[in-house]
Design a protein around this ligand. Structure first.
Ligand code: B4P
Length: 201
């Protein structure tokens, strides 16, 4: 944990770039909870909850869960006590509409995101990683066809968010290739510089 300053962070990148892998490390370093919408959906599918039944087919096809449903879940999660002092969002927001919803959620506390980590990786590399994960974990949305579709959905709906965060001056671009430790070190350096600049400003 670096210091006690509130950190509201997001990690974004194509499926397979290593978001989930790096999220727990970032969260630990900054002393905030990691909140993954993908993990929330998967836990509900596993538990057979009404939400899980609602989103199962959508996720297995590699489509995005509707914004209204996803926004509601995140709004509820961010109101929990552990997220009041900061958080790391993993996989949310994923559409322009979700960015606007998050802005509205943070407005009452006069806050916004402090930094956004963009994890960059080539399509061939991320597809290879996810096919490897398919062998190990057997996730229903890790078939080659669905993996490729998820990349297209990312390019169409999520990649445009990068320009938006860049305009806000909060983007930290990190090369996602290399070992998990190498990538983690790059993220830590980039985030420390960005958050340090914020504290010093
Ligand atoms: P997510 O859970 O976010 O799935 P993902 O994009 O594939 O990322 P994930 O975290 O699993 O993989 P990672 O990049 O860490 O979303 C799943 C689905 O939920 C979506 O398709 C959508 O349907 C729905 N959903 C989620 N959020 C939503 C939202 N906001 N709105 C609407 N719908 C939403 O990397 C994966 C693999 O790479 C791992 O196997 C890992 O071991 C490996 N890896 C990581 N780092 C590596 C490295 N440095 N070298 C080699 N391999 C590495």
């Amino acid at each position: 944990m670096t210091d006690t300053t509130t950190a509201r962070l997001l990690i974004i990148g194509p499926p397979g770039a290593g978001k989930g892998t790096q999220a727990s490390r970032i969260a630990e370093r900054y002393g905030v909870p990691a909140i993954s919408t993908g993990d929330i959906f998967r836990a509900n599918i596993k538990g057979g909850t009404p939400l899980g039944k609602q989103v199962q087919a959508i996720i297995e096809q590699g489509e995005l869960v509707p914004d209204s449903l996803t926004n509601e879940i995140v709004e509820d999660r961010l109101q929990q006590a552990d997220a009041v002092g900061g958080f790391l969002l993993d996989g949310y927001p994923r559409t322009v509409e979700q960015v606007h919803a998050l802005d509205a959620m943070l407005r009452p506390v006069g806050a916004g995101l402090d930094a956004v980590v963009l994890l960059e990786a080539e399509v061939d590399e991320v597809v290879a990683r996810l096919l490897k994960r398919a062998e190990l974990e057997g996730r229903a949305d890790d078939t080659e066809e669905v993996i490729r579709h998820r990349q297209e959905v990312y390019a169409e709906q999520t990649a445009p968010l990068v320009a938006l965060f860049s305009e806000r001056g909060i983007l930290v671009s990190v090369n996602g290739l290399g070992t998990v430790e190498e990538v983690a070190d790059r993220i830590a350096q980039g985030l420390d510089a960005k958050l340090g600049a914020r504290v010093g400003s």
